[in-house]
Write a protein that binds this ligand. Sequence first.
Ligand code: HEC
Length: 280
Amino acid sequence: MKGRWFRVLVLAAASLPMAARTAPPPDPETDRQTLVRFFEARFPGIPKDDYVLGAFMVNPDARRHYEDIMSFPPFEVDLDRGRKLWESPMRDGRTYAECLPNGGERLAGSYPRFDETEQSLVTFEMLLNRCRAASGESPYRYDDRDTMGVLTAYARTLSDGMRMDIRIDSPGARVRYEAGRALFYRRMGQMNFSCANCHIDNAGRVMRMETISPALGQATHFPVFRGGDALYTLHARYTRCMEQVRAQPFPMGSGAFNDLEYFHSYLSNGLPLKASVYRR
Ligand code: HEC
């Protein structure tokens, strides 16, 4: 199981600065800027907005392939199914667009957002479920690809081009951000790897034929369609990565994954959203 790629990654990780994980956590913006500078040094000359391309940003052939697929996306049919859900009136006659601020457009990039009244995080998926609850509908499950999956695959495209704008402006919000950050840097699973070990320390390196994407930009384009047709929400991708290191994944839509998403999305602040894209 612990094949050659694994030893290569461990060696690579060992040579990297430890400061980011041993010192007390810096404030979120300092933290983010430090990462931006780290990646600028690792990937000199790559335009900032290219980080939304993930691993494709460092591989011109893969990027061309991506652009070809995106000109005729094979997952168009799922987006259509999502649009139908989006446009269907709910029990009280209202649509999502009528329930959400700004008709649901240019909105997804502000989520997760900390709700001061409830002192908890609200993800974009939870926001859609709030609309459902308000109109007397039962909530969709986060991990149901045929409902929440396709609905968000369409709804998030209404925020394409918006720049990620995650706010952490209260002590309660900061607590959730720190919890997400701790999770991102925590080693887990039989392989004892953290998210940071792969998506910071080893970003740009190849593992099992896959180039590892940098953490910056990763939260801007979900859901993705792996292989062109398999819908993966952000939490489904977290699940897959935890399984890869033989860790027990948290449930999709759980508080732990919401915290992780909050921290992870904050890292992408300022980058343009582009939902529902092809991935390998
Ligand atoms: C052993 C290395 C490894 C670990 C640990 C790991 N990942 Fe990944 N991750 C990958 C690989 C390989 C891919 C697929 C190539 C890519 O897009 O980076 C990937 C893909 C992703 C993607 C999709 C990127 C995109 O643009 O489609 C996200 C998001 C992600 N990982 C987040 C995480 C998070 C959060 C954690 C911690 C819970 C984590 N990963 C842990 C290796 C890892």
